[in-house]
Write a new protein. Structure first.
Lengths: 198, 198, 198, 198
């Protein structure tokens, strides 16, 4: 497939997902400055959502830059991944109404884990398809990404699940903090060569 | 015309159509997890819409990659096709309120058939214009696309119409399943060379 | 300036303006097929808006393809033109509630004439700046565009104003028809070389 | 990083931020032309917002055109800058309800100053990273931008703060005028070479 067109399409979709989150930021009816305070929880979840999608885009950009071939299979897993990403604005909006409510936080967690699964599958498929096409080195550096190694480590995923259940049972609001933390320390720690690629 | 600019414009329009469908996913007022259940029908129609537009984009990308010339006529049929595509979010939203209601399902069917017609015309025009410009081989492989052969086969279209009428009369909800099925087995079976193009 | 980045930015803005018009298409609360009929007037104005912006994009694409230099001045007039274009969805939405109401049709006419003015200025500036940079031929073919010649002919503009006043006083609904007609026969008749450019 | 993909992503995000502002322009329920008058304050703040983001894009485009390397650090400050930009539609919408109300104008001022800070940081980081990579001349011309020199001059920022406090205390509506003025005379006065770059 035409790699740059798939990239452009993905960029447009991700940019829209990122930006429509601001539509949920309701301007107050009143003209008092204090009328904005009920929006503060949403501002928190919005910032987390932005950080999340920003890191996701960064890692996606790295993988696609490395990839030599984009096959139909990659296209479809990429589409599925964008589909799961499209639920982040919904989860962000719901959580933003009450950061400590269990319902929305469980929904957010479901979106987060589905998204992680989709991302792991996407990475796996890109690596596999490039390996099959003879680009072992490309496949290697894609599989070497911190986020992929975390998502495919049973220790990491197991620990995550335990922490997540504890948090949602005892203090749902912590989830936003945890996600921001993970995003920065797992997703944000990209391969050394990502700056030197071009 | 400038092919890459037409592609970029089309990509942006399709990406927006795809993504605004999530705006219809209303976050519940309540904070109970169960408050999300009324959104399940929409989640079904949303998934079908995403699949549908994803396949459409894939086939469109294939055609445009093959095409050597983009003429004014292609631009206009492409615009008409995007116009019909823009009704998918509307039909998806309406159907998503009640998957088994006849009214919305008939509206969806109208959108679906108009869209199919527009797509068939677009394929026809791209092939024709490229043929006229001396690219018979390009025209040939565009006309050879499974989706085009289905849409221009009277047997296929006739059978479709019968099935559609039966479904809408007796069990409207089946339409979503049928579309997902068609999308996967007709639109999804692209030419063998689509992976090897670049 | 970087022409391709200005083009990409403009394409994104125009694509969004085009696509958000569908958001105004409200899905009915009821599940009866007949519940969609109140949307028919909007469907008319939506189709006209789509045609209008489609032609505008086509002509814009032609001008920018021809232009050799994109200066700061062109950027600003282009921005102003996009600003006026952004009112088309508003005018389309209002007119779509009642095609024969005078208020919305006057508002649409104001948007239409402001848009035309902005478009004429943009064409003038692109031609002028390219002429100054030594590309007389480019300037010539840009000034030769049918839409520009119409917009700068006092006879044409004078006749338009008279027709417009008559229509809005006696039968506002005709405006949509008139715009569709103009779009097709003025905006749609582009220079002969537009197909052969690339 | 892949500069053109970061640019394309940024363009898409900025284009969406720019365009969703029109969604706040509510079409009147009534069909009287006078029913549009309550929208006039919004039209003012919308025009200012458009001018503001337009200038921002222009300056951003200049910096990125000059930059030879785009590092991870630049990506993150760019993301943060886009995040602050995404609040402009919110501030614009609120201010547009009542141009002379103190609450919304204070909110707008907060957004404006945060945005300015983010922009100054972005400029600083781009210059620094390009300097480190050995492109002193690039760093020089980026740091030479009028908008950056203003934002890093304590005299300018100090004078701004005083004027701003006076305005918000005594006549909040003036803020829109002041921003338009600044945008034109600070942001709009770009380096001489910006037209000759390509």
């Amino acid at each position: 497939m035409n790699k740059s067109r798939v990239e452009a399409f993905t960029d447009a979709v991700i940019a829209i997902i990122l930006t429509i989150m601001i539509l949920e930021f309701k301007t107050p009816e009143s003209s008092k400055l204090s009328a904005i305070t009920p929006q503060i929880p949403y501002m928190v979840s919005y910032a987390v959502g932005w950080l999340f999608i920003g890191i996701a885009w960064y890692n996606h950009h790295y993988m696609f830059s490395k990839a030599k071939v984009i096959t139909r299979k990659i296209f479809w897993t990429n589409n599925f991944w964008m589909f799961t990403t499209s639920f982040i604005p919904v989860a962000t909006a719901w959580v933003g109404r009450d950061l400590n409510a269990q319902g929305p936080e469980i929904f957010y967690a479901i979106v987060y884990f589905t998204w992680s699964l989709a991302y792991a599958i996407l990475t796996h498929v890109i690596a596999k398809e490039n390996e099959r096409a003879g680009y072992e080195k490309v496949a290697g550096s894609i599989r070497d990404m911190k986020i992929y190694r975390a998502l495919t480590s049973w220790k990491f995923v197991g620990a995550e699940l335990i922490v997540w259940v504890l948090i949602i049972v005892f203090m749902p609001a912590l989830q936003m903090l945890l996600i921001a933390f993970q995003v920065l320390f797992v997703g944000g720690r990209v391969n050394e060569d990502s700056d030197k690629m071009f």
